[in-house]
Design a protein around this ligand. Sequence first.
Ligand SMILES: Nc1ncnc2c1ncn2[C@@H]1O[C@H](COP(=O)(O)OP(=O)(O)OP(=O)(O)O)[C@@H](O)[C@H]1O
Ligand SMILES: [Mg+2]
Length: 260
Amino acid sequence: MTAILQTANLSKSFGGLHAVEAVNLEVERGHIHGIIGPNGAGKTTLFNLLTGTYTPSRGEIYFNGLSITRLSPERIARLGIARTFQNIKLFKYMSVLDNVKIGFHTQTETSFWDAFFHTSRFHRDERIAAQKGFEILTRVGLAKHADDLASNLPYGTQRKLEIARALATQPQLLLLDEPAAGMNPAETAELIDFIRKLNQEGLTIIIIEHDMKLIMNLCHRITVIHHGEKIFEGTPVEVQNHPGVIEAYLGKGRLNPSAV
Ligand SMILES: Nc1ncnc2c1ncn2[C@@H]1O[C@H](COP(=O)(O)OP(=O)(O)OP(=O)(O)O)[C@@H](O)[C@H]1O
Ligand SMILES: [Mg+2]
């Protein structure tokens, strides 16, 4: 097994609250890896640790075998980890294309002063960002919306735009925090196809979701988190049949995707 991401005893406390407690996670390159668990289990906190938003209280994070435990969010993004947020974070009053162009900022050399004085480097980077941005919008099927205001897109399309922006950093690993939240069934079905396509193109994905149909359909492996601790990890079939998971997490029968 070739792990793209590993954590060792990863922990984060807020005062006396152990939001993430001694989590050992191993994500194989090329996989779609699910993270499930009840509200407040520590899933988003785990993403905030992996992306450098929070510094761990204890433990280590390895990306491609190298420790990224105390690196800044910018360094981690440059190394190839991108994310989307549980609550959509788009620049609502900017165009769809401009939202994606912002994703390139980790990649260009434009400084504040270049942007301020509109130097030739600024113009060159702008041109490249617009071209690459348009390529990504084409790849995800949003090119026809390039000039629309982000706020005018339907909800499901805004979520897709957030993923497109994350792709602009050319990640190896994409973290999706509840991408189907608030979507209608048609939007969710489209999202499932979209995530599978990204994965087939070579992207490794870690996905937090409460939508069990999506999780069981998409994931190669699933980690179950409860009160900050990993209580189980396995294939969708193993997770659905594990009595401890069913009891501790959702209640009998709730993990069967045909029942949701
Ligand atoms: N910055 C913070 N300061 C204090 N407590 C926090 C902070 N961030 C998260 N927590 C707490 O850590 C625990 C885990 O929260 P987290 O957001 O990671 O849960 P989650 O599994 O993502 O839940 P949900 O499914 O509702 O999104 C919760 O009790 C939460 O209140
Ligand atoms: Mg969360």
